[in-house]
Design a protein around this ligand. Sequence first.
Ligand code: CA
Length: 496
Amino acid sequence: MKRIILIFILCLVAPAFAAKPRAVVIFYADDLGYGDTSVYGQPKVPTANLEALAREGCRFMDAHSATPICTPSRFSLLTGRYAFRRPGTRILDGDAKLILPVEGSGEENVTLPVLMKRAGYRTAAIGKWHLGLGDGEGAIDWNGEIKPSPRETGFDHSFVMAATADRVPCVFIENGTVAGLDKDDPIEVSYDSVERKWSDEITARTNPELLKEWGRPSDRQHDKTIIDGISRIGHMRGGEASRWKDQDLADRITAEAEAFIREAAGEPIFLYFATNDIHVPRDPNMRFRGKSGLGIRGDATVQMDDSLGRIRKALKENGYEDALFIFTSDNGPKVSDGYEDGARDAWAEENPAAPFTGGKYTVREGGTRIPMIVAWPGHVRPGTVNRALISQTDFARSLAKIVGADVPDGACSDSQELSCVILGESEKGRESLVEQPAWGPWGYRKGAWKLIDTPEPQLYFLDDDPAESRNLAAEHPAKADELRSELRGLTRGARL
Ligand code: CA
């Protein structure tokens, strides 16, 4: 008891006296499931750098992304708000308008990067963006200045993909302009729902012989313009010199992160690094091929682990040995997601969400329960495990507390200040959590209880039944009613 009281007191006073980390890094994996890596129990996918991170830090067992899909999870992480507060926060196309509040649009709209900036950090977003670009007043000018871009949301520096690797445009945008663009070869982008936007457009339907073996579409969404041997969602022409090569994508963004760390020369930095791995299309560099026992999808995870190792090495070599490093994923796994890349066969006997069920797009636990590891030398106890319920929505207030930034009234309104949990000092996390769906019924967690709000409610007790296989609603009708009424109260008026 005395020890608990002491820890409680330390938690109250420690953040006020603790030194601030000189680097705060969020390494955001894409579509990586709870059971996808060796560090969470998948022996066929070796992730040595993640294992090293776990040995130096704390591994979380009940951490959640806000939703089971890319865009709204990112929105929640960066705003500290449930994504359903903003109607229409769903998976965005590559030409969608920016949905993140711009800096200066009101104190209640303050974002995590703005809070970090105010605390004296030089901020950067590198990798996948997928939060829209431009103000929606007319089409985005891919050949001029794109504004607003991440720069206007609090990032001093940005080098990003507009959306996903399976969506056009397949170029990087560096501080508001397309990197490496040849002005004589302007870019055009369209998401018209036509088979072919231009008479000379090369698509998976017109020229399937140009597709790489693992770049063949498995649905009618991913069968448009072929770029680098892979057909994409949407139509693109021009910009040949600026197009990325998928096999170099991870190396390119990792090199940008290394350069940002190097050039910051010891100044306090906040790096939001969002890798494309292991989202489709999976086309990892040849040096990672065959490095996992689970095909191209496992190999992409080994590539992700390489990026993580390189960024941590760059931090250590450039005076950021004390970095607060957070590794996590934006949603659960989806083995086959638009391409015939062999993943379905390779993973036929595996569960990338193990021991949970479901995955990307679902409100079963596998949809939002994601891997999360936090290390901060001298602050987070090495080799520990934390079972608290925590959401990425809580990063905003918790990181603000750690770096000493004031959160204005009304801002980050769904974010809970759980710095003691993030630093592994406490296992007292959230009491409850809304699990926003991609579509369909909502999920809700309260302690180990889980409700799925279908017409006949589903109630599970996860401590005994992580796979959500035994519906206890008939046995515990009062508990089911309690959770349903709380969930409906919290999400009243929400529109997906
Ligand atoms: Ca994702």
